[in-house]
Design a protein. Structure first.
Length: 192
């Protein structure tokens, strides 16, 4: 049975929230697999993403262009609260129906963008801060084909990097990471 997007987002949040809660303050300036972001700026970006995708679930305008400033106070708790609100927003009647966003994409496509960001950026943050991360298999099954369909446009828009080659024995999630331009074996550089 196909899970609703809110069920999938809830499963993704169950794996992402502990990663964000596990980020130590002394790791905030560490590099991440997203070369343009350190841990602080990627976490800030992820909170912004979660808030904007709540608006998109309600068919409201969102703004991804402004610089986020959420990394103050209890930002770990805020991330948990905002992911819960994201799940609730996509569980609302009609959230998965019709189109949403300035480009008029089908709502399920937009929700898969949120699901992909939540999952892939949780991996980015876990990898950057030395934490374990294993996504929910149902989430990977959903985002694999969805992100593959979006990949050409995402690359053209600079959202995905060029795909990374992985072996035939790569896991489904490693294939998703590679599709987005990430090396599934990325490790932070060790000080010499």
């Amino acid at each position: 049975m196909t899970k609703t997007i809110s069920e999938l987002l809830d499963a993704a949040a169950e794996h992402a929230v502990p990663v964000v809660r596990g980020i130590a303050d002394d790791r905030l300036s560490d590099p991440t697999p997203c070369v343009e972001y350190d841990v602080r700026s990627l976490t800030d970006h992820l909170i912004q993403v979660v808030i904007n995708f709540q608006k998109l679930a309600a068919k409201q305008d969102s703004d991804f262009s402004s610089e986020p400033h959420y990394m103050q106070g209890d930002w770990r708790g805020r991330f948990a609260d905002e992911t819960a609100a994201l799940v609730a927003a996509w569980a609302a009647p009609g959230a998965e129906e019709g189109t949403t966003g300035s480009m008029g994409f089908p709502a399920r496509t937009v929700a898969n963008m949120a699901l992909g960001d939540l999952t892939v950026h949780a991996w980015d943050l876990a990898r950057a801060t030395g934490q374990e991360f294993t996504p929910d298999p149902a989430v990977v099954d959903e985002i694999g084909p969805a992100l593959a369909e979006m990949a050409p446009m995402a690359r053209q828009g600079g959202v995905f990097g060029e795909p990374v080659e992985v072996g035939d024995d790569a896991s489904a999630f490693d294939r998703v990471l590679a599709l987005t331009g990430r090396d599934p074996h990325w490790q932070p550089k060790r000080p010499e």
